[in-house]
Design a protein around this ligand. Structure first.
Ligand code: SF4
Length: 455
């Protein structure tokens, strides 16, 4: 009788990918994934620690499972991901009903750790960091594919030391997977029907830099671009310092590389950027964007902004607003500063910007960006574009949703069987969150139309 595995995932796309790997690794040990916690023999939490709020979610979930464990003898509870890496042994002390703690480099060790609990009711903690990229590989390659899109991790860790960031402490130093393995994985995915891949890493732009003889990121992109049958390539996340001329050329020349770049700036103030140890000034950041826009005029841009960084003055905050107005991002993700353990900023600075000031600044940033995104979305009304249909719209109104190459969300009235396909649309209206498109049937080959009518 197969055992049931329930995985709860928090945080970034890297964690989504890792949770797929967890399911795959445990499937080799007879575990089948379930989305019903009350059916689970093994409950795993894949955690995020980027902000305090994310970390607190972990403790409240674990707290809620104590009673469940009391009534379900033999159920095993484990925590993985960034909070596991950050806290290690401390987590076991803090949560007596927890059985396993496995760090960000130890998914491949999970079957062994579960076996230790099953056989000896041990409470293993495994948070070793590895320099050899082999820990990111699955012995029997990638078998779990959901739909026509897939995440592919190309590297892990980060060698930057942004003062606010916990990532280097919980994901370790940069380790790049061998490009041959990445290419082979994507080729397998394409054979299994995948049309779009998202290349993942905490700082993908520095892919291969520390591996003698390995491709650089721009070269890797061109090799992925040459894979037959692959229609779209995306990647995240980038550091502005590593937006190289070669990468800009890749945007201009790689046919399947989508015209969207997520380039976190974090602040518009040079003095705040210096305290954040970001390694660039506002002008250097803008110069790189300008070079990219010269070579790839239609490129869509998104970014991350932190407000309320220690000592952030009104004048420094104003500079962030000025940057938003001058760049006019298509989208931003904005957050209030949250001191993280082990980080330089938590050691050097008091968290001295009052909470209400942080909340006010966040509101101002989000309101300004909503106006910018709405105006840019309205400019697209009447345009024809192509979307990759993902599935039901988040509006839950019977429409389907998809994304343009520039990463805009388009909702459209269309038959279910178009999920996973590229379809031509005309933009007919816009909001700050998404566009409404009309399916251009005439542009669509008769065959799929007939197929739709038959369905
Ligand atoms: S580059 Fe990104 S992941 Fe690396 S330390 Fe800075 S914020 Fe963190």
């Amino acid at each position: 009788m197969s055992k049931k595995l329930y995985i709860q995932t928090y945080g970034c796309q890297m964690n989504q990918y890792d949770s797929e790997r967890i399911a795959q690794v445990m499937s080799r040990n007879g575990y089948v994934q379930t989305d019903r916690i009350d059916a689970a023999d093994l409950i795993l939490l894949n955690t995020c620690s980027v902000r305090d709020k994310a970390e607190q979610k972990v403790y409240s979930a674990l707290g809620s499972w104590k009673e469940y464990k009391d009534y379900h003898e033999g159920v095993i509870i484990g925590v993985g991901g960034c909070v596991a890496q950050q806290e290690g042994e401390t987590l076991l002390k803090r949560v007596p009903h927890l059985d396993i703690v496995f760090g960000t480099h130890n998914i491949h060790k999970l079957p062994e750790l579960v076996a230790q609990v099953e056989s000896a009711r041990a409470r293993p903690v495994e948070v070793t960091f590895y320099r050899d990229p082999a820990y990111m590989e699955d012995v029997d390659g990638r078998t779990q594919v959901h739909g026509s899109k897939a995440y592919v991790t190309i590297m892990q860790g980060c060698n930057k030391v942004c003062s606010f960031c916990i990532v280097p402490h919980v994901r370790g130093r940069e380790v790049s997977r061998p490009s041959a393995k990445i290419i082979a994985e994507i080729e397998t995915l394409v054979v299994q029907g995948v049309k779009e891949v998202m290349l993942l890493g905490q700082n993908v732009n520095s892919y291969g830099k520390l591996t003698p003889g390995e491709s650089g990121f721009a070269e890797l992109l061109c090799r992925v671009d040459a894979i037959d049958g692959l229609e779209r390539i995306r990647f995240t996340t980038s550091h502005p310092q590593d937006l190289s001329p070669e990468l800009i050329e890749a945007f201009a020349n790689c046919e399947h590389l989508c015209e969207h770049l997520h380039l976190p700036v974090q602040s518009g103030s040079d003095s705040v950027l210096a305290r954040m140890r970001r390694g660039y000034t506002q002008q250097e950041y803008l110069d790189r964007l300008m070079r990219l826009r010269d070579r790839c005029p239609g490129v869509a841009l998104s970014s991350d902004i932190i407000v309320g960084f220690p000592r952030e003055s009104d004048a420094e905050f104003e500079q962030t607003l000025e940057l938003l107005q001058s760049v006019e991002y298509d989208e931003i993700f904005s957050f209030m500063y949250s001191p993280r353990p082990q980080t330089v900023s938590a050691k050097l600075y008091d968290d001295d910007v009052p909470g209400d000031v942080k909340r006010e600044r966040l509101k101002i940033v989000q309101t300004m960006q909503r106006g910018i995104t709405l105006a840019k979305n309205r400019q697209r009304i009447g345009e024809r574009d192509e979307i990759f249909v993902d599935g039901p719209s988040k509006l839950k109104n019977g429409q389907l949703m998809g994304r343009t190459r520039t990463n805009r969300i388009v909702n459209v009235v269309a038959p279910e069987h178009l999920v996973g396909q590229m379809v031509p649309v005309k933009i007919i209206s816009a909001t700050a969150n998404s566009l409404l498109g009309e399916l251009l049937w005439d542009k669509f080959n008769l065959e799929s139309q007939l197929e739709g009518n038959r369905a």
